[in-house]
Design a protein around this ligand. Structure first.
Ligand SMILES: Nc1ncnc2c1ncn2[C@@H]1O[C@H](COP(=O)(O)OP(=O)(O)O)[C@@H](O)[C@H]1O
Ligand SMILES: [Mg+2]
Length: 259
């Protein structure tokens, strides 16, 4: 028997009023796979991540995580919309890092990383602090653990946000344009942390990015989104090297011209 995908979007649609943002999306992501999502603004990239993080509800279809429905639960042999307890339990496998860092401004880097492990996972403070210190060390910020977000650069804040997401021990990490709000010279340090995470931890990763070089080097697969659908997908060498679809070619040309 083949292994169940870590994530499965099964014919998922999302609408806002008359606007269809995701249009029957089906996508399987294998355990440990690194998938990049690229595509024009408004094509539904962020929506995919927000639905997997259950920050949005879906209109049609089912999202599965490790063979278990996320958006639904089984009742009497049928799938019914999931209740909050079910969603919370399955969602605990997923962590997300946002473009705008979203750190708690009144908490130090360390406090940011222990808050949820203590309140949500019920970890002992001492254990949570130990783990947070390890993670802050991993992202190169041991020295800054008692700094507040306002005392950190954007790149440092984003590295704290990555450590904070890891503190919840997710199996799946979602990154939504995590370097887009950064000054160019700070992008590299954040990408370096993501690279290291990918190498050293058994994480499944789904990332929306405009960093085509990084997507090419880091991903196992790249999905090009257009108007709420996957227009083309493949290994980065193929998708960047020999895109088959005219829309993909247009998009890549425009992105490359912009530098
Ligand atoms: N809460 C919302 N209400 C109405 N429309 C939304 C909402 N969130 C996103 N959209 C629309 O959905 C489409 C896809 O958005 P998004 O997933 O953020 O695109 P991307 O991340 O690819 O730029 C856009 O047209 C956007 O305006
Ligand atoms: Mg977006």
């Amino acid at each position: 028997m083949t292994e169940k995908p870590m994530v499965r979007f099964d014919n998922v649609s999302k609408r806002y009023g008359a606007l269809t943002v995701l249009d029957g999306l089906s996508l399987d992501i294998a355990r440990g796979e690194k998938v990049s999502i690229i595509g024009p603004s408004g094509s539904g990239k962020t929506t995919v991540l927000r639905m997997l993080m259950t920050l949005e509800t879906i209109n049609d279809g089912v999202i599965w995580v490790e063979g278990e429905p996320l958006t639904h639960m089984e009742k009497g042999g049928k799938l019914v919309p999931a209740n909050l307890a079910h969603i919370r339990r399955v969602r605990a496998k997923i962590g997300m890092v946002f473009q705008s860092f979203n750190l708690f401004p009144h908490m130090t880097a360390l406090q940011n990383c222990i808050e949820a492990p203590i309140t949500v996972l019920g970890m002992k403070r001492k254990d949570a602090e130990e783990r947070a210190a390890e993670l802050l060390n991993m992202v190169g910020l041991s020295e800054k653990k008692d700094h507040y977000p306002s005392q950190l650069s954007g790149g440092q804040q984003q590295r704290v946000a990555i450590a904070r997401a890891c503190a919840m021990r997710p199996k799946i990490m979602l990154f939504d344009e995590v370097t887009s709000a950064l000054d160019p010279e700070l992008v590299g340090e954040v990408l370096q942390v993501i690279r290291q995470l990918g190498r050293e931890h058994d994480l499944t990763m789904l990332m929306v990015t405009h960093q085509m070089g990084f997507a090419k080097e880091f991903s196992d697969r790249v999905c090009f989104f257009y108007q709420g659908k996957i227009c083309e997908q493949g290994p980065p060498g193929e998708l960047f090297g020999a895109p088959k679809n005219e829309r993909t070619r247009q998009f890549l040309r425009a992105v490359l011209e912009a530098g």
